[in-house]
Design a protein around this ligand. Structure first.
Ligand code: DAH
Length: 346
């Protein structure tokens, strides 16, 4: 019996070249077909003695199984290769791109609007002295105006002049520091920084952002304040928006104003589709505080109020961002929850 000879021939064919599907079909016919080698081997069994039949019968079967399994293996490999076919001429897969936090975009946009009119972007400290946050701004210790913004105090020895260390409750803390840094007007600063207050509810987060404008020079008056805020509002919110100044009371500005911006939904009329506008109710939305820098504050910054005058404003970044996008977010805390379903919308 030449089983061994046929096995060697079969193995050689398998090894010799990369077999295609049709090569395999031919091999099947040659070995396993009706007139194939294995059939022939079985038919020669008949001529053998019963002892030889017992000897060679299982060997032919073994060879048959070997041929079948080997061919099946190669077939399945070919099948898999054809599935993972790699076409190097295809264009590359694009990466899933990340994005910055929406408030980071807002900060960038606000600073670029102000840099175009010569305002220098600053970021004053998150951990600040009590003096720059309050006393230098005409809010002495125990003054009730502190209650509105009092914040988180740091466990650190008190400084004789500067007081306690605390988390800065507003960007106004940068005003006097900028005056001391530059020593001499003109000053045009836009201070954008994190602020902290002990509030935690649907409209407040303990950490938020403000941007503070400060302009000091000879002959600066309210028209400059109004013109600059109008410029910002038209560039950030749109050319059709209007502003108005409402008298208010801040310790570090005199006179002081709240600034309102006309509502985009009802165009400042307060009426939408025949009934009260649901977004603003009155035609106006509150933007933030502003005013002419108080002489006390100029003196804290070693600037002579008889020679120089200036204006300042402080607005919330989260607030202007939501106002512009026309978003009514049920819970402001979603900004800082790390929830990508919300954040990746921007
Ligand atoms: N610091 C004030 C606040 O956080 C906002 C503010 C009001 C800033 C009037 C100013 C200003 O510069 O002139 O509520």
């Amino acid at each position: 019996m030449d089983i061994e000879k046929y096995k060697q021939r079969f193995d050689q064919t398998i090894k010799s070249k990369g077999l295609s599907k049709s090569d395999l079909e031919e091999l099947k016919i040659e070995y396993l077909g009706r007139k194939g080698i294995i059939r022939q081997l079985f038919s020669t069994l008949a001529e053998l003695s019963s002892l030889d039949k017992k000897k060679y019968g299982p060997k032919i079967n073994e060879f048959k199984n070997y041929v079948q399994n080997t061919i099946a293996d190669i077939e399945s490999k070919l099948e898999q290769n054809s599935k993972t076919f790699f076409d190097p001429t295809l264009p590359k897969l694009s990466f899933k791109k990340g994005s910055l936090h929406p408030i980071t975009y807002a900060v960038e946009e606000i600073s670029s609007i102000f840099s175009k009119i010569g305002f220098v972007r600053m970021s004053y400290n998150e951990v600040e002295w009590e003096y720059f946050s309050f006393s230098a701004l005409n809010i002495p210790p125990d003054h009730p105006a502190r209650d509105d913004v009092e914040t988180f105090f740091i466990d650190y020895p008190k400084d004789k002049k500067l007081g306690h260390l605390l988390l800065s409750p507003h960007t106004s803390s940068g005003q006097v520091q900028e005056m001391l840094r530059l020593k001499q007007p003109p000053i045009r600063m836009i201070n954008i920084a994190k602020c902290y207050r002990p509030n935690w509810d649907t409209t407040h987060t303990p950490m938020f952002h403000q941007f503070e404008g400060l302009c000091i020079d000879k002959g600066i008056n309210i028209t400059h304040l109004k013109g600059t805020i109008e410029y910002f509002v038209k560039h950030y919110f749109g050319q059709n928006r209007k502003i108005r100044l409402r008298p208010y009371d801040f310790r570090f500005t005199e006179p002081s104003f709240e600034i309102d911006i006309s509502c985009a939904v009802c165009s400042g009329s307060g009426v939408y589709n025949g009934s009260n506008c649901r977004v603003c109710k009155s035609g106006w939305l509150e933007l933030g505080g502003s005013g002419m820098v108080h002489p006390f504050v100029l003196r804290s910054g070693k600037i002579d109020p008889d020679v120089y005058s200036g204006w300042a404003f402080g607005f919330g970044v989260e607030r202007v961002f939501l106002m512009r996008e026309g978003l009514q977010v049920d819970d402001l805390r979603v900004f800082y929850s790390g929830d990508l379903r919300f954040l990746s919308e921007f």
